[in-house]
Design a protein around this ligand. Sequence first.
Ligand code: 5GP
Length: 347
Amino acid sequence: MRIDTEPKLGFKDVLIRPKRSTLESRSDVSLSRQFTFKHAEGEWNGVPIMIANMDTVGTFRMAKSAAEFQILTTVHKHYSLQEWGAFLKKIEPAVYDYVAISLGISNKEFAKLEEIMGSFPQLRFICIDVANGYTERFVEFVRKVRASFPTKIIIAGNVVTGEMVEELVLSGADIIKVGIGPGSVCTTRIKTGVGYPQLSAIIECADAAHGLKGQVVSDGGCTCPGDIAKAFGAGADFVMLGGMFAGHDECDGEVVEQAGQKLFRFYGMSSDIAMERHNGGVADYRASEGKSVLIPYRGPVSNTIKDLLGGVRSACTYVGAAKLKELSKRTTFIIVGEQENRIFAEK
Ligand code: 5GP
C-alpha cells in the first residue's frame, strides 16, 4: 500500500481567476478549433465538445442537431447497420465530420465497425469505449483498430493517469478519453472506491498526451457551463457531456408525467436498466455501476447548446482569450472553499 499525498482537485475545488484583457465582448471569442492528429489523416474543424455515447443522448437526432453547431456526437453503439444507413442517407456531407461510431472491445463489435466503415467510408471518428481502460486487452484492441483504420480519428478510453495516456497514444489512439467515476449517473466510486478527481486527471493526462502530440477529451462530471470552461482551462482539447445533454427533444428514452410535470428518464450505460435493455440483464460477475434518474424535460437541444457555448465564451472574455485555444494558457485556477451562493437554490 502507498499513499499519494499530493492533493487532487475536482471542478468544485477551483475557480478561474479573471485577468485584464482587451476583448470587448463575448462575440469576439471563437470557440472553433482546428486540429491535426497524431495518427489520423487530415484536419478537423469544429467546436470541441462531444456528446456522450450513451443510448439516451448519443442519438442520430442529436447528431443532426449538434452538427449545426459543429459539435461532435459519439453515437451510441446499439444502432444496426441498417439504422446507420437510413440516417446517413438523409444527412448532408458536412455532418460526417461531427459523427463518431462507438464500440466496445468484442469481436462482434469490431466486425460491425468494419461493416459500417466499409459502407460509409466518409465517417472519420471511431470511439473505443470501455469503463476500465487499464487492461492489456483494451490496448491490444486499440492497436488492432489502428492497424485496420490507419486514417481514422480514434478516440479511446477511459483512463485517468499519464502513463496509460502515453500507452494508448503510442498504441494508435489520437484522442484519449479521460475520466473514471465523475459522471452524473455513475456509481463506480461508490461501488468500487476507484476514481480520480476530474480536474487533476485532465491536467495530468493532457500534459502526457500533448508531450506525444496526442489529445484528450475530458469525459464526465461537468454540471454547468462553468465546469466546461474549467475543463478547457485545465488543458482538455475536447469536453464530453452526457447529463447536460439529457432530457431534450433529440434524446431517446422514456418520458413520464408526474404531478403535471414532464420528466425524462436518464441512466448510466452500466446501470441495471441499460444492461436489461441491451444485454438481457446484469451479468452475475459484475455489479451495476450506474444509476437511473428522472430529470425535467428540456425541449430542443439548440437552446441548451447556445447557453453552454455562451458560458464558455464568457469565461474566455474574463481571462482575455480571443480563441478557445488560448483559454488554458490564460487560466490560473484558485483553490476555493466555496462556489456559488445557494441562498435561493431550489430545495
Ligand atoms: P456526465 O456528463 O453525465 O457527467 O458523464 C457522462 C459520462 O459518464 C459518459 O461519457 C461515460 O463515460 C460515463 N458513464 C455513462 N454511464 C455510466 C455508467 O453507467 N457507469 C459509469 N461508471 N460511468 C458512466
